[in-house]
Design a protein around this ligand. Structure first.
Ligand code: 5GP
Length: 180
């Protein structure tokens, strides 16, 4: 599981991880947030609140949470056999997953500085008020994430951060094999 504040680069790193490792299955979340300009169609399943609520009622989410006024949720994963599920979610959702799967690997991805974090959000087109909200929320997110995550990786450069996360996943897989 990758967690961390807005602008850490969780989306970029998780896509890079899934691209380099076919045995990692990247979950596609549902959200009621409208798509950003230029955001790929497959970044999320974009739905309205009624559809999201109907899926909650049907028990169709592994976890879900409200983040800055929008709902986000992980549909019950249907990963192919032999694959590990990769989630990119907020800390509230991560807590729910850890409660269900205590062995889940939680990695906190951090931006290298507050300036870079802010710039990343601006350059993906977030309006100024959203950037300010997400920066503020990010401080809280990091505080809570540090209580949950065993690993912390700074995303200064995507290839390097991806390699470090990949090696944490590999180590966790080896430990799991040894204990099975
Ligand atoms: P964004 O609007 O920037 O795409 O996402 C806002 C926050 O929601 C980020 O911290 C992101 O990781 C988180 N998020 C994305 N998908 C999910 C999900 O399925 N569940 C939860 N709990 N959070 C999610």
């Amino acid at each position: 599981m990758l967690i961390g504040p807005g602008g850490a680069g969780k989306g970029t790193v998780s896509r890079a991880l899934a691209a380099r490792d076919p045995t990692l299955w990247l979950s596609r979340s549902w959200t009621t947030r409208p798509p950003r300009v230029g955001e790929p169609d497959d970044a999320y399943v974009f739905v309205d609140r009624d559809r999201f609520m109907a899926r909650i009622d049907a028990g169709g989410f592994l976890e879900w949470a409200e983040f800055l006024g929008h709902l986000y949720g992980t549909p019950t994963p249907e990963a192919p056999p032999g694959c590990d599920v990769l989630l990119e979610i907020d800390v509230q959702g991560a807590r729910q997953v850890v409660a269900k799967f205590p062995d889940a690997v939680v990695i906190l991805l951090m931006p290298p500085s507050l300036e870079v974090q802010e710039r990343r959000m601006e350059s993906r087109g977030d309006p100024a008020d959203q950037v300010a909200l997400r920066m503020e929320r990010g401080r809280d997110e990091v505080r809570q994430a540090r209580q949950l995550a065993v690993h912390e990786v700074v995303n200064d450069e995507v290839a390097q951060a991806t390699a470090r996360v990949a090696s944490i996943i590999e180590a966790a897989r080896s430990a799991r094999l040894e204990h099975s």
